[in-house]
Structure formats: structure tokens, C-alpha cells
Design a binder for this molecule. Sequence first.
Ligand code: WT7
Length: 648
Amino acid sequence: MTDKQVYPVTPEVAKHALINKDQYQAMYKQSIENPDQFWAEHGKRVDWIKPFTKVKNTTYDYNALSIKWFEDGELNASVNCLDRHLESRGDQTAIIFEGDDPSDSRNVSYRELHDQVCKFANVLKSQGVKKGDVVTIYMPMIVETAVVMLACTRVGAIHSVVFGGFSPEALGSRVVNGKSNIVITADEGLRAGRKIPLKKNVDAALKNDDRHTVKTVIVVTRTGGDVAWTEGRDQRYEDLMTNASADCKPEPMNAEDPLFMLYTSGSTGEPKGVLHTTGGYLVYASMTHQYIFDYHDGDVYWCTADFGWVTGHSYILYGPLVNGATTLLFEGVPNYPDSSRMGQVVDKHQVNILYTAPTAIRALMAQGESCMDGTNRSSLRILGSVGEPINPEAWKWYHRVIGNGECPIVDTWWQTETGGILISPLPGATDLKPGSATVPFFGVQPALVDAEGTLLEGEAEGNLVIMDSWPGQMRTIYGDHERFIQTYFSAYKGMYFTGDGARRDADGDYWITGRVDDVLNVSGHRLGTAEVESAMVSHPKVAEAAVVGYPHDIKGQGIYVYVTLMQGEEPTDELKKELVQWVRKEIGPIASPDVIQWATGLPKTRSGKIMRRILRKIAANEYDQLGDTSTLADPSVVDDLINSRQSK
Ligand code: WT7
């Protein structure tokens, strides 16, 4: 990377900031040298029903792996998000709801949210939901989704939110894997004026997958559209809420009791149910939210993510609400009704902190600066970026156009597995470099290793690992602890392997270069190549498929699929369209292939392993850098692929 430009902390930002340069250095040092003392102090930022006496009990020793934080403490997440604010800020807005339609918005106070959550917690109880049960949530971005998530935590149930853009097939397998007895959904979602048939998808998921044990489906009315009804199973949210009491005693949870699970893609197999526990997660999510976004009381904070991803969990819901913040919940998309929407929403609600994704910024950038016409965004103070590396051009555009050249950008690197942000600037403490996630948060020890696991010193590029545990770390893969250990702790013994590559520059700043495993990052959404391949080959005309990512201007990465057809099948453009539809149906629109290339054969080693490295180069049009092809079973396959790629 040649971009050496630095944006130093400005005096105005430094004056206002919670943490300055010296404080960052001192606190970071303490957090690494004396983690017990550091986290004992910061663990008190949440309210404990029974205070912890133990702080950190973790080992990355491969044969004795164990991760426990605050292990003898007891607390409840909904109490930390709601009850504890009632006295001091009961009438303050907790959630600003901004609907898909710009005329549809409302504010929900902490008191109202508390009422709704207690009521729905009682509804859950009346439906037989108990501590430790898994509740599947398949909902749009509406206030009720926050209510349902928090109500689960009040009774000690584990929520499993499935992104509303996933297909019935993807939903069904997650319901089955989580052994969920109950699904909460809405009649339809609304996005960019279009209706998303959520209830219909739930019906299809439960009908097509007979391995599930779902007894109850609760349906929130969002559009009032017609939906099919299964008597005895389906219940209307509004009916159940009418008679529910707003008095519900919170379930005391051990710090290490599960809070939620969330599926994410890996390089192999089915998506993994990443499990987070209660105490460490809440401490970490709220602390990172406060310091990284330099959140001050009274700020209006907007994270544009969806509840279906971890960003929606940690930085729309839990982090902000534990901190007593006003968090904006947006149902729509940044370019509806037109591309000025983001700026419009910022002005309308006087947003101070905006947290969004590089793909959204690039999409706006492609519209030209005029997409901010008619808005001034003068309320903004801090900007955030998440989901994929942000290219310096997009970073500078975000800074200059959206932030009027005045707001620091925090480029926050983390993962579903990490629970919260691990590497990011702090606005008042870190000089910014466009494209760099810069420095670790308190308690986080990143390092780089080569392929053999040797630690690299100083300026270097390698695989990104984390040397010791932090409180927000995932604890297991739901139902498969062995897979947890294998996936994250077996590549490099004694270290957590992130799956990302990174560079550390001469100043010690980190630059994330992207995944080094077979995981794609499409518009900030994570997808396993194996998942897309398995969807592809389930089509009757497909013999074999290989999926790779390739550079895409807006999405960051696009999906490129090499397909070998069954003997006798015709490679037509109609079939390409059919295959795209097939993958959308199997996984969801986010997995739509961008390019399908017919292949008569795929480059494989003599042991039959597909060499994706070569396929990535061909997809990216980099034919002169194919590397060593001598280990291929049939090297001529490569020439065929290049020829058919070039003749297109
Ligand atoms: C992967 C995790 C963390 C919430 C959203 C994605 C990539 C994430 C950045 C960033 C460079 C980033 C990594 C990571 N990623 N943030 N600021 N710079 N890369 O969560 O779906 O679990 O994906 O997203 O490759 O491993 P996720």
C-alpha cells in the first residue's frame, strides 16, 4: 500500500474526546500487563445482580482450551439495557425508528421499551419458553425486533436471529441446527418500497424441512398483507401482547450463560452457530461502543447495519442500550426513495455518530457528490466503517463529502466471533490513515504469523492472530465445541486465528488485507465458497462448481462461479440465469453469482483438490501470475479456462 497520508487527531476532536493519546497508551499498557485489574475495574460498567469475584480465567492452550470471564457473577442483559436507565433517563428516547417510507418515524423511550419487553417476556413464558431455549427470530428492521431480542434475554432464552434476506432453505437449516421450538417473524418486511414475504418464507422453511421441532410461530403485523395461517401453531403478536402484564422479573444469568447465537459462514461445511455469553459480551460491547465512537450522553447514534448480523447485535442494540444511548433503527436502504436518503436521515434526526459499511459508501460515491445535495450533515461528529477493508478513495470521500472534512473515521475491524471491535482508532487518541484499522482496543493483542506459525516482528505482512482472550470473544460453536477448537485454535497453537491477513506498517498500525481462507466478503456479507458451491451442485444439470471472489467496484468482492455441466447439457445463457435464480433460492439474494463461466474441467491437484488460487487469478484477469501449475493433474485445463474467459 502506497498511501502514506495521515490525518492527525485535530485539537477540536481531542478536546471533546473521552480518551486522549496518553490515556490510550496508559490504559492499553495496563490492560495487557494486568488484565485482571483492568477488567475488574471495567467489568463494573454493567450492573451485576451478584458481583463477580473472579475476572479472567482463560487459556489458549490447545489441549486445555478454556475461556471464562467474570465466571461467578450474575446479571441480566435486559436489566442492563433498560431497567437501570429508568430512573435517570426513563423518558429519553432509546430507539428512533426511521421507516422505509420517510414519512414513517417514531421515538420509543426507555420506559416504553421496558414495558414492551416485559410484556413480550411474559408472552414468551406463556408459550413455554424457558431459560436456555433457542428462539429463532426472522424479522425486518422494526422496533418489535429489538423488543423480541431483549425479551429473550429477560427470560434467559438464547436468541438466534436469522437475516431476513435469507431463503426458506437457509432459515430451515438454522432452525433445525438450533433445535428451536419457536419462531418469531412478521407478516412482511418493507425495503425500498418492496415487500419481503417473511411469514411465507417461514411457512416454506417449516414445510420443506421436516427435521424441525417448531410448535409456535408468532407473527408481528408490519404491512397487514395477507398471510396463510396454521391454526394451533401461528399466533398474532398484537393479540398476545394485549393481555400480557408489563411486570416481569428478570432471570438472573451467570456471566457465562449463553446470551445469543448467530450463524456465520466458514471456509467449510454448514454455517456455524457462533455462541456468545452474557457478562463478558455486555462489558465488551458497551465499552467499545463508548470509547471507539467517543459516545457522550445525549448523542444520537446511527448504525446502518441489520439485526441479522453481529454489527446489529453489538452496535445497534446491546452496546448503545447498555450505555443509555439513543440508537437509530433504520428499516430501509441508503438509496430509497433516492440516494440522498442517508444525508436526509442524518439531518432529520440530527445524528452525531454514523456507522456504516464501505459498500454503502462506494454505492453513494458512484452516484456523485450531488447525492448529498440539500443536506448539510452538520450534526455529524464521528464516522465509522465496518465489514471489509475500506479503500482509501472511499475513505477520503466519506471523510470529505459525508463528514464535511471534519469528522474522524473509525475503521473498525472485528468479526462475528469477536463479539465487538478489536482493532480501530479511538477518535481522540489515534492519528488516522485511510485504509488502516490502526491499533488494538484495550486488552487485545494482535500479532502476525507466517504460514508455519512463526511470529513476525516489526513491519510485516502475514496471517492475523490474537494472542490472548478478551471478554467479548465467542465461547463455542453451538452444538459443536470440537469444531470451535479446530476452526480457531488448531492452525497456530496457542493463538486465536482470525482467517484474515494483515500488514503492520513501520508505525505499528494494522492494515487488514482480507480473508486468507475460502470465505468471501460480498458487500460486507460473509459467505463460504463451499456453501455457494454446494447450492450450485444441488442443481440437477450441474456436475461440478468452483466459487471464488474477484474484485468488484461496489461490492468489494463479487462471486465468480466456474461450472461444469452434466454430460449432454447445453451451456446456454438461459441456463446461466436459471442457475443464478437457483442459488438465490437456496441461500438468498446476497449469494447471487455475478459471473458464471462454463468450464469443461477444473484445475485440480493429483489428489483431487481444486486449486482455487489459479481460479482466483483467472477471474481477476491476472493470467501472468498463475504461479506454479506443475502439480496439477491436467495443466491443459488452465489454458482452456483462460481461452474461454478471454473469448467472452
Ligand atoms: C470479516 C468478519 C464485524 C462485523 C461485520 C462483519 C472483514 C470486518 C473489517 C474492517 C477489514 C473487515 C474481515 C473479518 N472485516 N471489518 N474494518 N476492515 N476487514 O462480520 O460477517 O463476521 O465478517 O469481515 O475479513 O474477518 P463478519
